[in-house]
Design a binder for this molecule. Structure first.
Ligand code: GLC
Length: 571
């Protein structure tokens, strides 16, 4: 593919009307930029990970942003309490606004992946992952979930979530299928704007980026869900028209809703990695659509460009990246960018444009006028974190996201007054119900004690059966002495994230062999059985589907997984 081929035809793409500039902000940006040093300008376009940068270094290098990656909780403690997060937020903020040694200090902006609620913060409300929300097909619900997520983010001092993921997954072998809302572009498009509204507020109202709101990111631009064989970070298989019709639909609505940042994808198209795709990052997004926000890179994604490394990549900035996500590579990158500025490999004009966009973002987010993060919430922040009404909304989302695939002999709804056998590895496993991007990048075991309002599938079943005078027998292997009236078998995928969840086949028998045996044994004993499947995607589970009497696909329901019990029992 020659450079000439790496182009798009803007007239093919729909016109988009992004919210207009605020002249008052532009004048303030002019003033600040006139006082910034070159080192400060280079620092602004660099985002470091909180695991790899100290507040002192944020000040020394005038870094523009800090992120907390999936496993970068304070003190490397996935269960770090809110106070530890807010203390870190204050420390970075105070370092960034310290005017010593510069004519003007610029506040930091702190980003994190709150992709199904603020799932990095122990105790926060963890909603179903996006694939389940897509199955709910309820845009109003989505906006409420986003609004609550923003509220809980501010509790830990964060300004910015790297959400929504508006991929349109086309191959369920992709390890990020569950991060997408739907394979149907029209659902992605309907949702994208509503999530941005919930996180940021509506651009034409006083509440836009006001109290209780955060900056959002439409990601991963563009075509991340269309790679060959679902290989994460691979080459998107799409014509330009298919990019428009399938993969870009969410961007049309997110941009018009005023999303302030767009995250570049690791994937490639036309043989060119997105982080270096000038036609898409600049010619289409910024020139044709007049997007005036920030294009942020993905986790050292710039290092995947030809002749580049994670600490040396001028081409990404020149292609249209405005902020490098340089988790541990930030120091080397700072030095190399300064060198490329001196040599002319990066132009001051492009650097200034990137810095202007970042300052605009920070002005719109109110960061230049905001107090330190710990002073931004009136009253006790704890009242916002994982409250009962937030959990109730999560429970509503769980009930709406479950999909009934089979109900032979009209088994459902079940009688809660009977003897219920509950089996399977997923029945009482909150970590399995939450999936990846939960407290750590890959997710894993969760302790219900950290989530006061959490319910596993089993505890939800106990809640209902106990009230009805029934009896629950919890036997993970499905073996029983006292014959039950009915069985509920909860099984599925262990947590994973990104490429670690990529599959070569949807029929991975190694994962479910035991479940098929248990289900067939219950069937052989004449016990009517409901199977509940916890997964990040549709998979080939015909043996289990055939052995069960009834079958519900529950995807990754989160900390209110117990709400599934409300669905399966008769009132
Ligand atoms: C990851 C993901 C991206 C996330 C970022 C920061 O690699 O690709 O979705 O926002 O890094 O954690």
């Amino acid at each position: 593919m020659t450079e000439r081929d790496l182009t798009v035809t803007p007239d093919l793409w729909p016109e988009i009307k992004v919210p207009a500039l605020d002249p008052a902000i532009e004048a303030r940006i002019d003033d600040i930029m006139s006082k910034m040093t070159l080192e400060q300008k280079v620092g602004q376009v660099i985002q470091a990970d909180s695991d790899s940068v100290t507040p002192e270094e944020v000040k020394q290098y005038w870094l523009g942003s800090v992120l907390s990656g999936g496993s970068s909780a304070p003190g490397d403690d996935a269960f770090a309490p809110m106070d530890a997060w807010i203390a870190a937020a204050d420390a970075y903020w105070e370092a960034s606004v310290d005017p010593e040694g510069v004519e003007i200090a610029i506040p930091i902006i702190w980003g994190i992946d709150a992709v199904h609620g603020h799932a990095n913060l122990a105790g926060a409300t963890i909603f179903p992952h996006n694939i389940g929300l897509g199955a709910a097909n309820d845009p109003d619900l989505i906006e409420d979930i986003a609004r609550i997520t923003a509220e809980e983010l501010i509790v830990s001092g964060h300004d910015w979530t790297f959400a929504p993921t508006i991929a349109t997954p086309r191959d369920d072998r992709w390890g990020r299928t569950y991060e997408g809302y739907s394979e149907r572009p029209e659902i992605v498009r309907a949702y994208a704007a509503r999530i941005v509204y919930g996180l940021q507020g509506r651009p034409d109202t006083d509440g836009f980026l006001g109290d209780g709101r955060v900056i959002s990111s439409a990601k991963h631009y563009v075509g991340d869900g269309g790679t060959l064989d679902g290989i994460d970070q691979g080459e998107t298989q799409a014509t330009e028209q298919q990019m428009i019709d399938i993969h870009a639909q969410g961007y049309f609505s997110a941009l018009e809703a005023g999303v302030q940042t767009v995250m570049s994808s690791f994937s490639s198209w036309q043989g060119r990695k997105m982080h270096g795709h000038k036609a898409l990052l600049t010619d289409l997004l910024k020139t044709h659509w007049q997007f005036d926000g920030v294009v942020v890179g993905d986790w050292d994604g710039h290092g995947q460009l030809p002749d580049a490394s994670t600490t040396d990549c001028p081409d990404a900035l020149m292609a249209g990246l405005d902020m490098y996500m340089a988790p541990g590579s930030w120091k080397g990158l700072h030095a190399s960018l300064l060198g490329h500025l001196q040599s002319g490999r990066i132009t001051l004009h492009r650097l200034d444009d990137a810095v202007r966009r970042i300052l605009r973002l920070k002005f719109r987010a109110g960061l230049f006028d905001a107090p330190k993060p710990s002073s931004r919430i009136s009253g006790s922040p704890l009242r916002l974190l994982g409250s009962q009404d937030h959990a109730d909304l999560a429970a509503e989302a769980v009930r709406k996201s479950a999909v009934l695939l089979k109900n032979s002999d009209r088994l459902l709804p079940l009688n809660p007054a009977g003897t219920i056998l509950v089996s399977g590895s997923g029945a009482d496993d909150l970590g399995m119900a939450c999936g990846g991007w939960t407290l750590s990048w890959q997710g894993g075991r969760l302790d219900s004690r950290d989530y006061p309002h959490a319910e596993t599938v089993l505890t939800g079943i106990h809640r209902i059966v106990r009230t009805a005078g029934g009896k629950v027998l919890h036997r993970p292997d499905g073996r029983f002495r006292r014959r039950p009236d009915v069985a509920i078998h909860v099984f599925g995928e262990r947590p994973y994230a990104e490429f670690r969840g990529d599959l070569s086949t949807l029929d991975d028998r190694s994962v479910y062999r035991r479940d098929a045996e248990i289900l067939q044994r219950l069937r052989g004993a004449g016990i009517p059985t409901l199977a509940i499947f916890l997964s990040g995607r549709p998979l080939w589970i015909n043996p289990e589907l055939n052995a069960a009497t009834a079958f519900v696909a529950a995807f990754l329901p989160g900390t209110s997984a117990g709400a599934l019990a409300d669905l399966i029992f008769a009132p």
